[in-house]
Unconditional design. Sequence first.
Length: 132
Amino acid sequence: MADLVPLGALVRGPIAHAMLRSLMRDLNAQARLNGAPIPAWALPVYQALEAASGEAVLRPSTVMSASGPPFETVKVSGDDWVPVAAAAAQTGLSERHIRRLAQAGQVRAERFGGRTWRIDLNSLTNVLRRAA
């Protein structure tokens, strides 16, 4: 059996760079698909791979949460992000109106698939307060 090489010796330069890009792409795709936030362990792993790559890879726009904005600035809990129907029931607005607000960028929202939206209730509440 051949001697095993330590992982740190293998994961350097372009290999670390490729692994980082692949991990970011896969975790972001999973987050968009099932609506779960990026796991808490991901950011330290991202940073370690970036350091091993020797390149500045991470920018706020490339490290996304399930909601789309940068990982560092958004903490998504399951209670804050709801489907359009639930947002409509809680606010008394029509589903169509909420979708229009989301499409216009007036509320934070994430689109899943072709027509399904998840709405940030805090953002929607702020819009309603400003309108009142």
